[in-house]
Write a protein that binds this ligand. Structure first.
Ligand SMILES: Nc1ncnc2c1ncn2[C@@H]1O[C@H](COP(=O)(O)OP(=O)(O)OP(=O)(O)O)[C@@H](O)[C@H]1O
Length: 254
């Protein structure tokens, strides 16, 4: 048993179902996240991955079932595919925003925001406006904004989907480095099987919508990942197992 499996639960969905007027969107579905654990959630398009994440964020209520979250609202951060930065604010002011909303003075919030930008590799970009940032840099600002409050639960919804392969690989390593400093529990939603295996110690696979559990795969190996991890035999095998579960989960409801 790993340390994270023994750790207390950071967040959990128990037999949750979400139904919209058009029909069921999720479940029944269970998902549990231990303190400090990184879990990747994969599944076919429309199976309810973002819905599960929104439930954990407290942005949505389940039609049935229960949502448990150890971290308070101020201790939970979200990052979406689009960086959603305010265009009229510079990078540091964007990152400082959640601190200011939490009552931190403007000066201290800016100092902490500049330090957070340094940590995501954006030293010297504090005064840059979002329009002047590349896609990868904007995502770094978004990550800095999510981490500046030192969250205990970090919810990432396809954060790298709009980025090129090299940038997404670099950012994957950066997120793991940042995780090792603060150790939040992370739920990482992605369509990319290899990214899921690289980022997480456990990959949860959902069936086609309304998504249920198709299976889960524990990923061996240290986090952050050592050099060469992507070409190791264990990595390839884990990716194959996840792909197999995905294919079977799609068949079941086809
Ligand atoms: N606010 C809403 N109102 C009605 N239906 C919704 C709403 N949000 C999501 N849905 C539907 O619920 C289902 C699950 O959506 P969700 O976005 O959670 O899936 P997903 O797995 O994240 O999809 P993708 O991989 O394409 O991002 C889909 O059929 C979607 O159309």
């Amino acid at each position: 048993m790993s340390d994270t499996q023994r750790a207390p639960t950071a967040a959990a969905l128990s037999a949750v179902e979400v139904a919209y007027p058009r029909g069921p969107a999720l479940g029944p579905f269970d998902l549990s996240l231990a303190a400090g654990e990184i879990v990747a959630l994969v599944g076919p398009s429309g199976c309810g991955k973002s819905t599960a994440l929104r439930l954990l964020a407290g942005l949505e209520q389940p039609t049935r079932g229960t949502v448990q979250r150890d971290a308070g609202k101020g201790e939970t951060s979200l990052v979406f595919q689009a960086p959603t930065l305010a265009p009229w604010l510079d990078a540091a002011a964007n990152v400082a925003l959640p601190l200011e909303l939490a009552g931190v003075s403007r000066g201290e919030a800016r100092d902490r925001a500049v330090a957070a930008l340094d940590r995501v590799g954006l030293k010297g970009s504090a005064a840059t406006r979002p329009a002047q940032l590349s896609g990868g840099m904007a995502m770094r600002v978004s990550l800095a904004r999510a981490l500046v409050t030192r969250p205990r639960l970090l919810l990432l919804d396809e954060p790298f989907a709009a980025l090129d392969e090299i940038t997404r690989r670099t950012l994957a390593d950066d997120v793991l480095d940042l995780w090792s400093e603060l150790r939040p529990a992370i739920l990482f939603v992605t369509h990319n099987v290899e990214e899921a295996v690289y980022m997480a110690s456990r990959v949860v696979v959902m069936t086609a919508g309304p998504g249920r559990l198709a299976g889960e795969v524990a990923i061996d190996g240290p986090l952050p990942r050592p050099a060469g991890f992507r070409v190791a035999e264990g990595f390839r095998q884990a990716a194959e197992t996840v792909s197999g579960l995905l294919a079977r989960g799609m068949e079941k409801t086809a």
